[in-house]
Ligand binder design. Structure first.
Ligand code: SF4
Length: 213
């Protein structure tokens, strides 16, 4: 069962996380919505640091949908090999590029439903691109957001869509995108999967995991 939080408690938790992680923004490097889309596809099961190393070189050579649509998977794979799952990622990046050219006139669409029609783009990727590149409000649920939401007690589910729904019901809409970044940063730098650093966490009193320990 998820814990019940009052609006005031949610506000305090978000304020405390902001104090702990004041620089919570997307850590992927990009210059255009398309570059962000490629970076997010590459970031599945990979660190942002590694993706940034790969895209720094890749985007100097290829950085538009037409560039990638003309590549074969075999040509793209060596550039993205170190991100892991490179076969699927190469296929998805090329297919999404073709979709953008054919269905959206070469521009990355700026709404979640259209983004999700692109090859290899699920709800999480669409939410990240929508919120980071287009300034929309959305809570992308990655592994950190999922773990933190369950540990704190915002929800009780390992289904990303259910977690997103639960979060969107308790977090004010104007804070959805920033909350996504706060939870990611808290998961990366304080509440790691194996060894949560509860001694340096400032939301212990609200955390279900901590209080059960
Ligand atoms: S108290 Fe511990 S488990 Fe709870 S959010 Fe903080 S670091 Fe994570």
């Amino acid at each position: 069962m998820a814990k019940k939080f009052t609006d005031e408690e949610i506000a305090i938790i978000l304020e405390r996380l902001e104090q702990l992680h004041p620089d919570s923004v997307c850590e992927l490097n990009y210059r255009t919505p398309f570059e962000l889309l490629v970076a997010v596809i590459l970031s599945a099961q990979c660190t942002d640091k590694r993706v940034n190393q790969v895209t720094e070189k890749l985007f100097k050579i290829y950085n538009t949908p037409s560039d990638f649509a003309q590549l074969s998977e075999e040509e793209l794979r060596p550039y993205i090999f170190s991100c892991g799952f490179y076969r699927n990622k190469a296929r998805n990046i090329i297919s999404a590029s073709c979709d953008i050219l054919e269905k959206f006139g070469g521009e990355v669409p700026g709404d979640i439903q259209s983004l999700m029609t692109l090859a290899g783009v699920g709800k999480k990727t669409a939410n990240v691109v929508y919120s980071v590149a287009f300034g929309g409000q959305a809570i992308a649920v990655d592994t950190h957001v999922l773990r933190l939401s369950n540990r704190i007690g915002f929800c009780d589910s390992d289904n990303p869509l259910k977690v997103e729904k639960a979060l969107s019901q308790i977090i004010p809409e104007e804070k959805w995108s920033h909350t996504h970044h706060l939870l990611i940063h808290h998961g990366r730098y304080t509440c790691a999967a194996r060894n949560p650093d509860c001694g340096n966490c400032n939301i212990c009193e609200f955390c279900e995991f901590f209080n059960k320990k």
